[in-house]
Design a protein around this ligand. Sequence first.
Ligand code: FAD
Ligand code: NAG
Ligand code: NAG
Ligand code: NAG
Ligand code: NAG
Ligand code: NAG
Length: 504
Amino acid sequence: MLSYKSILLYSSLVLQAQATVLQFTNPNICCALLHSKFPGHSKVFSSLAPQYDDLTFYWTPTAQVLPRCVFTPHNTNDVKKAVKLFARRNCQFAVRSGGHSYNPGWAGIKRGVLISLGNMNHTSYSTHTGLATVEGGSRWTDVYGALLPYNVTVLGGRNSDLGVGGYLTGGGISFYANKEGWAADNIASVEIVLGNGTVINADRTHHSDLLRSIKGGSNNFGIITKFRLMTVDATGIFNGWYMRYPLASTDAYLAAAESYCNGGVDTDTKSHIIFSASIVGTNPMTNVALMAYDGVLDPLSPPTVLEPFFDGTVANATFQWFAPNGTIKSATDGLRDAQGSGNRYTMTTVSIQVELSLLKKLRAAWLEMTTHNLRITPGFLVQFAFQPVGATWIAASEAKGGNSMGITEPLAVMWIQLRWDSKDDDNTMLQYSRRLIRRFERIASRAGKLANFRYLNYGDRFHKDDIIPSYGSGSVTRLQNTKALYDPQNVFGRLVPGGFKIPE
Ligand SMILES: Cc1cc2nc3c(=O)[nH]c(=O)nc-3n(C[C@H](O)[C@H](O)[C@H](O)COP(=O)(O)OP(=O)(O)OC[C@H]3O[C@@H](n4cnc5c(N)ncnc54)[C@H](O)[C@@H]3O)c2cc1C
Ligand SMILES: *[C@@H]1O[C@H](CO)[C@@H](O)[C@H](O)[C@H]1NC(C)=O
Ligand SMILES: *[C@@H]1O[C@H](CO)[C@@H](O)[C@H](O)[C@H]1NC(C)=O
Ligand SMILES: *[C@@H]1O[C@H](CO)[C@@H](O)[C@H](O)[C@H]1NC(C)=O
Ligand SMILES: *[C@@H]1O[C@H](CO)[C@@H](O)[C@H](O)[C@H]1NC(C)=O
Ligand SMILES: *[C@@H]1O[C@H](CO)[C@@H](O)[C@H](O)[C@H]1NC(C)=O
């Protein structure tokens, strides 16, 4: 067995010869060089280290790939030194925050070096600026927990286990989105390590192009070590609950959903609804709406915008709290616990302009393909879901400086989430999701209601090169210009193979 030391002894001999032969340096050598820069036992972990299994655990095992070694920086300077090394030596690497991406090799890398930011998880709050400073490897549960004593919170995951890094750079749909825009819109500034190892701060006056580009630009520009986030008041009660409707109510349910999506949401942006239909295990299909309200909810006298969902317009609902009289932390911890981890999953997405007849067609296509093509097992879940991105949301994005995502008209983000038990079914499930979303595109396109946008954080590996182009040519040009300025050597394209890339 080779130790890092013995690898280093011969590495200098082979490095030069290798650089001319291979495109990338052998990861054993990259790990050895890293280890020599960070000696001791606390920052570089090989597959033999006891910590390796934890460091390479992903929310879903379908996303897991095994790196040659894992680097766990403790601060920005550590990140800077590593990126410099990788750029100079042509070492391939990946960047991981919470590890909630559904795609293998997005926040992981087969054989190369994984930079796992989990130790950089500190949150602080300035009563003076009203901004929270959140390190790039934090999880939302810790962020919310640190801020609640100040009676404030930030826009973050609806499942509190998500990491901040992937979520924020991919857009981020939070419970406050209908009022405040994407979570990314609420980033006041970032500290970022660029491809040449330089650390800069980008805000709306300095490097404003970079700040705007990372809002939806994912891991294309650098490693974000700190996010400074605008806060919102969290003094009051936050409520979350599910409504389940029988199949006989489907048409009324979809009609109420259409009306909420097409303007209803803007009449009360404290409300939040994810509309879905799910088949869970061998149970029959149900219509489920996940609802939340940033305020008190009395089910006997709900806010006006939610009345159709309560008063019998959509008949025979069953009501179930997940956060009665709670906080943003209890609600998102509740969803974290309900969603668990360790199951096989995939997710795929498309966006539409909402229209009742289209919703019905898409739902029927989903149901038909699911019941005819999939083996329903106890661990099975297939969810068909959508939620509006309304006019107030879009205006909030614009008012806060804009982002990369190029959305100008209201739409609904729609997704299919699949869960299954056995690795043997991976291929079937992935192919099914791929075929289904293509069918959705055709149906929506024929109705003249297909929106260009594809939400990055719900994107799948089959759309590796389609997500960022879906932002539109104006956004793509801006992203390319930013890329040329801040990562002229294309370190985050060439050496970081995972993730959704900007077309060249
Ligand atoms: C159970 C579950 C619930 C979810 N709920 C929501 C939700 O409510 N709203 C929503 O919008 N999305 C949701 N998502 C999707 C989620 O936003 C994405 O999975 C997101 O990538 C998670 O962030 P992460 O930090 O855990 O990602 P990771 O898997 O760690 O990283 C994802 C990508 O971001 C890059 N990246 C990570 N950190 C950094 C950094 N600091 N600098 C540069 N690049 C970085 C990685 O290289 C990788 O390509 C959910 C996902 C799951 C699995
Ligand atoms: C946060 O980071 C510290 C070290 O900086 C570490 O001990 C702790 O385990 C981390 N917390 C989580 C939840 O990863
Ligand atoms: C937070 O709000 C509660 C209830 O309104 C109040 O008692 C407490 O003093 C507030 N805390 C801070 C730090 O403002
Ligand atoms: C609602 O429930 C009542 C009583 O069980 C039943 O008579 C009615 O048909 C149901 N309506 C729908 C739309 O399911
Ligand atoms: C929530 O709080 C309100 C007002 O304080 C109270 O009337 C209600 O019963 C509480 N609801 C639950 C589910 O605890
Ligand atoms: C690193 O890249 C940035 C952005 O391209 C540039 O401004 C800076 O001068 C570079 N630093 C070094 C040391 O080359």
